[in-house]
Structures are given as structure tokens and as C-alpha cells.
Design a binder for this molecule. Structure first.
Ligand code: FAD
Ligand code: FES
Length: 260
């Protein structure tokens, strides 16, 4: 069923020159949205654009997204003034499954840190022990650092520049973690493709369950146009792979099933 709403921008927090957290009023998405799900938001420039839900406030009936400007659509969204209305589809996609998760290892990079923030909050609210490792380019781009530090009892960062946390990418940190620290962890990763692939390989080598949230170009966001298909292994069906719709069947998939 199509879940389209007219929503209003109630708050804009500028995080940096080309990055902002936008908070919208929308009771339906605030009440129903789950970590790993996304919204498809109008932008005054052709098609709607997809953004992972960063957090929800069920009392205020708001939800937030973090947006990094990469092109015209995201530029228009970041430029918007409070009070502006948008059309928005959501919550969309499957989201992360927390059933049977005893311990979480969340890994974020790039704009993936925004949906990871939602998962970290969920873990806190539901008493799931959780470690977060975020990879940033540098200290000046360590967006949401303070909010993660307040939310997570166990939060570590890496920076390419080496001016905050461990120098290098998230692998530089993960490889220092002992088997005891990671045992029984379910790994959830959102970030650039190469990062998700490396973390997936590491997690699989360690025998950990791992889930990734794929970021394909999208159009409809609801499974109708097939713009967002990805290849998912299908040995059980006697095939090497099947095509799945990232927006509708995903965006979260088991890492071991993804053909990168
Ligand atoms: C499920 C999902 C969740 C997302 N969550 C977030 C989020 O929380 N915050 C955020 O800032 N962005 C997120 N994105 C990416 C965001 O949708 C794109 O950056 C945006 O659509 C680009 O629109 P644009 O018009 O500004 O840029 P365009 O002019 O469309 O593209 C500019 C550049 O960005 C690249 N690009 C565009 N879309 C994507 C994409 N989906 N994946 C990878 N590269 C892309 C293009 O190849 C091009 O190089 C998400 C994407 C998906 C599919
Ligand atoms: S974006 Fe249209 S099917 Fe996924």
C-alpha cells in the first residue's frame, strides 16, 4: 500500500557546509518507522530522493533524516526553510530485524551514520548491549559525534585523517577487537559499498551474522519501477542469483547473500 503524506519541515540543524539534519512532522512515520527503513522525499527537482530514517520522536510525532548534499536534489532539500512542505512516502523497506539479537555491533560510514544512529537508539531503548564503530573522513566531519557519545555506552571512531579516534577506516578498528569482545555479536553495517563489503568479509570470517543496507539509485521507492535491482544469491532456489528490489525487498540484506 502506498503511504504518501504531505509533511512539514519543523527543524533544520546545519551540521556542516553541505550536511544537515531535518526534522519533519508526520505522525504515521514517527509511530511506524523502524531502524533501517527509509523515506522517499520530494525535492523540487524531478523524482523523490531516498533517505534512511535517523530517529523518530513518538511523543512529538516527528522523524528526522540526515542529508549530505551531493547533487541538485539534496541541495534543494538542504536549502529548504522551516515550515516548507514536502510529499513523502514512508516508512519504506524492510529495516533491520532485531529478533534473537543478543548483542550488537553497529558500523557506520558516510551518510550511513544516520540510520546507524536510529539502530543505536533502538538498542539502548530495548536493553541490547551495543557497540558502535563509525568511520569519518576527519574530525571536522565527525557528524553526530556528541549524540552518539551520549546514546552509546560503547562508541569508537576512526578517521582517515587520524585527527580523531583510530587513524584509518573502520577496518583499522575492527581488526583490533578481540574474539571475546565480538563473540555473539550481530553486525549491522550502513555506509559506502566498499566499506560494507570489507566489514561483511571480516564478520563472515569471524562467524558473525552480518546485515548490510544497500544503497542503489531509486525512483519509485515502492517496488514498481525496478530501477533499484540488486543481485542476491539464490542457492536454495537452484540458481546462482536472483534480482531483488532494493527498495521493497531490502534495503537490508544478509551480507552473505549479497553479490557485490
Ligand atoms: C535506502 C537509501 C538510504 C539513503 N539514506 C541517505 C541518508 O540517510 N542521507 C543521505 O544524505 N543520503 C542518503 N541516501 C543517498 C541519497 O538518496 C542520494 O544522495 C540522493 O538521492 C542524491 O540526489 P541528488 O539529486 O542530490 O544527486 P544526484 O544528482 O542524483 O546524484 C549526485 C551523485 O550522487 C550519486 N548518488 C545518487 N543517488 C545515490 C544513491 N542512492 N547511492 C549512491 N550514490 C548515489 C550519483 O551517482 C552522483 O554521483 C540514501 C539512498 C538510499 C537508496
Ligand atoms: S525504486 Fe522502483 S522498484 Fe525500487
Amino acid at each position: 500500500m502506498k503511504k504518501e503524506y504531505t509533511i512539514s519541515l519543523v527543524k533544520k540543524d546545519i551540521l556542516g557546509p553541505a550536511c544537515a539534519v531535518l526534522t519533519f512532522s508526520c505522525p504515521e512515520i514517527a509511530q511506524e518507522g523502524r531502524p533501517g527503513q527509509f523515506v522517499n522525499l520530494s525535492c523540487d527537482y524531478f523524482l523523490k530522493r531516498p533517505f534512511g530514517i535517523m530517529c523518530v520522536d513518538k511523543e512529538k510525532n516527528t522523524f528526522s533524516i540526515g542529508v549530505r548534499q551531493v547533487g541538485k536534489g539534496t541541495e534543494k532539500i538542504i536549502e529548504a526553510q522551516e515550515g516548507k512542505t514536502f510529499t513523502c512516502l514512508g516508512p519504506l523497506g524492510n529495516g533491520f530485524c532485531f529478533d534473537k539479537v543478543e548483542k550488537l555491533l553497529l558500523v557506520g560510514g558516510g551518510t550511513g551514520i544516520f540510520p546507524i544512529f536510529f539502530a543505536a537508539n533502538y538498542a539502548k531503548e530495548n536493553g541490547i548491549p551495543c557497540k558502535v564503530v563509525n568511520g569519518y573522513r576527519s574530525q571536522s566531519e565527525a557528524f553526530l559525534y556528541d549524540r552518539f557519545a551520549c546514546t552509546c555506552d560503547d562508541f569508537s571512531v576512526t578517521t582517515d585523517a587520524g585527527d580523531l579516534g583510530v587513524k584509518g577506516n573502520v577496518m583499522a578498528y575492527l581488526e583490533t577487537m578481540s574474539d571475546e569482545e565480538i563473540s555473539e555479536s550481530t553486525v549491522m553495517v550502513v555506509g559506502p559499498g566498499i566499506m560494507m563489503r570489507k566489514v561483511s568479509e571480516w564478520a563472515m570470517n569471524k562467524g558473525l551474522s552480518c546485515y548490510v543496507s544497500l544503497e542503489q539509485r531509486m525512483a519509485c521507492g515502492i517496488g514498481a519501477c525496478l530501477v533499484c535491482i540488486c543481485k542476491i544469491k539464490a542457492e536454495k532456489e537452484g540458481k546462482e542469483f536472483v534480482h531483488k528490489r532494493c527498495c521493497k525487498d531490502g534495503p537490508v540484506f544478509k551480507a552473505e547473500e549479497v553479490i557485490w
